[in-house]
Design a protein around this ligand. Structure first.
Ligand code: ADP
Ligand code: MG
Length: 267
């Protein structure tokens, strides 16, 4: 089982779109895939027609029950081999309720361990703020995908995110591979072109050397509650996500069970 976190401490950069698109592709490639909505706004859950105000049981109940998995938490998405563990708005209260309890950072990881064998790919859709949910996602995953909108303000959010990553890596005592993915790229705008060249200068090692283009079909696909990559495999945006998935798969991931380090218990 490979677990990837999609995170950036900024909203509107394409995190949820990346989770849906890559998830759809993984499922199409025949991998049993689980998408997990960790954002209290529940945009990923809404994408597939669930109401984050009402959905139950979901990730909130999982945390309240110390990671005990209830099969009812796993919902169909309408795409074969693609399941969803939804978020509810109640998740917003978790930090206050449980944030300082010991062992809180590993709840998701333990829950996913219990699903080993049931899923081959797991994608975690993070909220745009650092808190107990993002810490759980980072602790549970082997790889981090950081979408960055190619516009001037986005670089600030990226700096925050990479600082968070190195902080967590220090406490874990080992590196977590990550890839920065330029999104919403429009070559006709100065903002896109200049931001991309800035990213290339500042993050030469972790920047994916390709882009996810701006493609209005993503919004169309969300209206139909389907990943664009499934609905229109030949759309420009779908092709770009296919290249991204090929890149991530080729990078490979160690078996997560070989990776458990003593320091992880400190999270
Ligand atoms: P986040 O999860 O980071 O908040 P979303 O994935 O929800 O961001 O994207 C924000 C908005 O931008 C959504 O309306 C989505 O449909 C749109 N969007 C995301 N990626 C693209 C893209 N490559 N081209 C066009 N629109 C996009
Ligand atoms: Mg989102």
């Amino acid at each position: 089982m490979r677990v990837w976190t999609v995170a950036n401490q900024k909203g509107g950069v394409g995190k949820t779109t990346t989770v849906v698109s890559l998830g759809g592709l993984c499922a199409q490639r025949g991998h049993r895939t689980l998408l997990v909505d960790l954002d209290p706004h529940g945009s990923l859950s809404s994408y597939f027609g669930l109401d984050p105000e009402a959905v139950k049981p979901g990730l909130y109940e999982l945390f309240r029950n110390d990671g005990a998995m209830d099969p009812d938490m796993l919902r169909e998405t309408g795409v074969d081999d693609l399941m969803l563990l939804p978020a509810s708005t109640a998740l917003a209260t978790l930090d206050r309720q449980l944030g300082t309890r010991k062992g809180m950072g590993l709840i998701l990881r333990r829950a996913l361990d219990a699903l080993h064998g049931q899923f081959e790919r797991v994608l975690l859709d993070c909220p745009p703020m650092l808190g107990v949910l993002m810490v759980n996602a980072l602790a549970a995953s082997q790889r981090v995908v950081i979408p960055v909108q190619t516009e001037f303000l986005a670089v600030k959010g990226l700096e925050r995110m990479t600082r968070t990553l190195s902080m967590i890596q220090q406490s874990r005592g080992h590196e977590q591979p990550h890839v920065i993915v330029p999104t919403l790229y429009d070559p006709r705008t100065r903002a896109s072109v200049e931001t991309l060249s800035l990213l290339r200068d500042d993050y030469p090692d972790s920047l994916w050397d390709d882009v996810i283009p701006e493609d209005t079909l993503f919004r169309e696909a969300s209206k139909q509650a389907m990943p664009l990559t499934v609905l229109r495999p030949w759309a420009r945006g779908s092709q770009a996500y296919r290249r991204l998935l090929t890149y991530i798969e080729a990078a490979g991931d160690d078996d997560r069970y070989a990776k458990v380090m003593g320091n992880d218990a400190a999270i």
